[in-house]
Design a protein around this ligand. Structure first.
Ligand code: ADP
Ligand code: ZN
Ligand code: ZN
Length: 743
């Protein structure tokens, strides 16, 4: 007797355990780990679906009580057994039901229709064909179509079915008749939807420079010793990281193994894909969110069958079912999009490392502005640091100036455009060069600052900005500390203190009013709604259909505009004052990327950073393009405050339609944690940044500890509580380990 442990396909914590079923004899060969099956469930033996997560010969209860399962679910996809282990790892480390974790590792939910193509091949020998052809022509009232087909087949012995019915205008009946006569045979082959609609990308012959070669050699040397590590490739923009990735992938494929390349969706442009395609041709495929489910399904099938060796895509490409995975590359590893926003809230970096460990594979994290977490790990030796210090084409970095907006106010300029920026913009307009104006909109959630002295109201306990809350109160989202909004600045007494709010549209009006002769384009959530809205604006700007491009962080990524010689950052403080401990890191990254947009062409670039806090280390370091200077300051702050990577954090979000009950349950959960381990720091409950969405109230508990596994234990304790507590029916609880943004 063989039994299957089945996880039921319902996301209910209470059913988040396995149930044992008997595998009927006739199904023993078709049911394996990961097969989706239909089972009789509960007293009424309702038929529901589930996944097989274990198979054994040991009954866990009286064999007489074990029901046989009904069969394999129709149109189901099997989850590779290794991905099941990975799902188990994700469930344990990030908190979710097993079912939710399994759903995450199979991003494609059901089998899509299989497309097939038929091909018609001549069976007759050349001699026989000639004879039959002569007979055909001689026959009275003969069919011209038959003649045409036979003649075509004599020229090309194999012709695709569609060509015959299309180009040759020959009916299906005639093909079938040929088949009956044993003149031709018809075979079918699987036609995969291929998202890359080109025959061959352009191939560039590039010899690695010394630094690049050194990096590649180092990794290859480790492979020679059968060492598989996690590397952090830290290289300034334009230092040739992508070239290094491709060299490593080539080496990996030579060793008979496959590669996954993760790229943030926003940077997954045509140019990027073409570079990989140019080098590796049909060995590569991509997935992205714009593809149809059918297209995505086929790419995963091709990977499973070994038709492709390289998958390029965003976060979910991590779950490509390669059986012989050799390397996972994560480009722009600092990007927040690598963290999932839905349960399980996994991070692609850690999950990639876990998957690589199962395959004895290598992980390469690449960035010009590595996350503080990764750089700290590289410094401690947990990752191996690889560096590229030089730009390939030796282009100088753009000159950066910081403009103090407090000075502007003192001079009587209340506009968001400083005098210096206006002067430089006029110069560019006169010269016919382009300007990009970048509005840092991240963290727009109402912080309070003084426009006269730059002072920002912060939490005395957490050192993050307080957010405006319920009218005139300000609150800390970490600890719940609350205070009245001041009428005058506590630092300088100025009355110019208040919320800082401005959108791209407002800025566009200001710019147009100041430069009526300029052609202005705006790129933000509103103007990029259409399928290719994003691409269209970038192309228009690239074709020099505008002088000035205004936009949010969308405009600072990817894309080279050789005519851009001026980049203005309108208010660098916006991201600096978000109520999140990452705010300095995000500011540094955004400013560095924005600055990197200037001077890509032949003319040198210039950058103007406008800010109320010109002396802040993240702004100073970004203006000098000095990552290590930034890191050394930032890591001190993290250590003093006990933020990651100095410690780990677990955010528990309690959601409920009834505010009092949500609050009460959040308090109970805090007690559960206190009882489980009183040495773990647990703060809150406080309200989430957006305290209520769709009439659901969100209460936040926030835990800190040096030991990640201790936080996992706290999560387990809360999960156990949820399982027992009847009153939690209308309340949901989410876990977020080491969050990447505010909450
Ligand atoms: P990064 O990914 O670090 O920003 P890229 O790999 O995109 O850098 O390289 C920047 C540019 O330099 C690309 O156009 C690339 O083709 C080119 N490049 C990279 N390595 C070399 C090399 N060794 N010799 C010449 N050109 C190179
Ligand atoms: Zn002030
Ligand atoms: Zn606080």
């Amino acid at each position: 007797m063989i039994y299957a442990d089945v996880i039921i396909d319902i996301s209910l914590e209470k059913l988040d355990k396995t149930f044992q079923y008997l595998i009927p004899k006739e199904l023993e060969d078709v049911i394996g780990l990961g097969t989706q099956v239909v089972i009789p469930f509960g007293n009424g033996s309702r038929r529901i679906k589930g996944y097989v997560v274990d198979i054994s010969e040991e009954p866990k209860i009286d064999p007489a009580c074990i029901k046989p399962l009904c069969g394999v679910a129709k149109d189901s996809l099997a989850i590779e057994s290794q991905l099941i282990s990975l799902a188990g790892w994700m469930k344990r480390n990030y908190g979710s039901t097993m079912n939710q974790a399994l759903k995450t590792v199979i991003p494609i939910k059901k089998k899509e229709s299989v497309k097939e193509k038929k091909v018609v091949s001549l069976v007759l020998s050349e001699e026989q064909a000639k004879v039959e052809f002569t007979n055909l022509v001689a026959r009275k009232g003969h069919s011209v179509a038959k003649e045409r087909l036979l003649a075509a087949l004599m020229e090309n012995r194999k012709i695709p079915w569609e060509d015959i019915t299309g180009r040759l205008h020959v009916s299906t009946a005639i093909i079938r008749e040929f088949e009956k006569n044993n003149w031709v045979s018809i075979s079918a082959y699987r036609d995969y939807r291929n998202p890359i609609n080109i025959d061959q990308g352009e191939k560039k012959d590039i010899t690695l420079n010394e630094e690049q070669q050194q990096v590649v050699n180092q990794v290859f040397a480790h492979w020679q010793q059968d060492l598989q590590k996690t590397y952090l490739l830290y290289g300034v923009t334009g230092s040739g990281k992508t070239q290094v990735y491709m060299e490593l992938i080539a080496g990996c494929i030579e060793r008979g193994r496959s590669a996954i390349v993760l790229i943030p969706e926003i940077a997954l442009t045509y140019q990027t894909v073409m570079r990989f395609y140019g080098r590796f041709g049909n060995k590569v495929s991509i997935i992205n969110s714009r593809m149809t489910p059918g297209e995505r399904f086929d790419q995963f099938e091709r990977a499973k069958n070994g038709d492709i060796q390289i998958m390029v895509g965003p976060r979910s490409a991590l779950f490509t079912p390669f059986s012989n995975l050799g390397i996972i590359i994560i480009d722009e590893e600092h990007e927040t999009s690598y963290k999932s926003e839905t349960v399980p809230k996994y991070h692609a970096r850690e999950t990639a490392i876990a998957r690589a460990a199962m395959n004895h594979a290598t992980v390469v994290l690449g960035s010009a502005t590595p996350s503080v977490e990764s750089f700290a790990r590289a410094k401690s030796g947990e990752y191996e640091l690889l560096t590229l210090t030089k730009r390939v084409e030796e282009k100088p970095l753009p000159a950066c100036e910081i403009v103090d907006l407090r000075q502007e106010l003192r001079k009587g300029n209340r506009s968001i455009l400083s005098e210096r920026l206006v002067e430089l913009m006029e110069d560019r307009l006169a010269k016919g060069e382009q300007t990009m104006l970048f509005i840092n909109r991240r963290g727009l959630m109402g912080f309070i600052s003084c426009r006269a002295c730059g002072h920002v109201i912060k939490c005395p306990h957490c050192d993050v900005s307080l957010s405006l809350h319920r009218g005139s109160k300000m609150q800390c989202h970490y600890c719940g500390y609350e205070t009245e909004q001041p009428k005058v600045c506590p630092e300088c007494g100025s009355k110019y203190i208040g919320g800082f709010k401005a959108g791209t549209q407002k800025f566009e009006e200001v710019v147009k009013a100041r430069f009526p002769q300029a052609r202005v384009l705006r790129m933000d959530m509103d103007t990029t709604k259409g399928k290719n809205g994003h691409q269209q604006i970038l192309e228009a700007f690239s074709n020099e259909e505008a002088d000035i491009l205004i936009g949010t962080q969308m405009i600072v990524k990817g894309h080279d505009f050789p005519k851009v010689t001026l980049v203005g950052v309108l208010a660098a403080d916006m991201s600096l004052n978000s109520s999140d401990f990452h705010s300095a890191e995000r500011t540094f990254q955004l400013l560095t990327q924005a600055a990197g947009r200037a001077g890509r062409g032949s003319e040198p670039g210039q950058v103007v950073i406008q800010t109320y806090q010109p002396e802040h280390y993240s702004i100073v370091a970004a203006s000098q393009q000095d990552y290590e200077k930034f890191f050394n300051q930032e890591i001190l702050y993290r250590k003093i405050m006990g933020y990651p990577p100095a410690a780990h954090m677990l955010v528990i979000q309690v959601n409920g339609a009834d505010e009092n009950r949500a609050q009460m349950q959040a308090e109970r959960i805090a007690e559960v944690i206190q009882r489980a381990d009183s040495s773990v720091i647990c703060m809150g409950p406080s309200d989430a940044t957006i305290a209520r969405i769709n009439d659901v109230y969100k209460k936040i508990l926030y835990l800190k500890d040096k030991d990640y596994q201790r936080l996992v234990k706290m999560k387990d304790a809360v999960e156990a509580y949820i399982l027992e507590e009847k009153e939690l029916k209308d309340i949901s609880v989410w876990f977020d380990f080491d969050p990447m943004s505010g909450f």
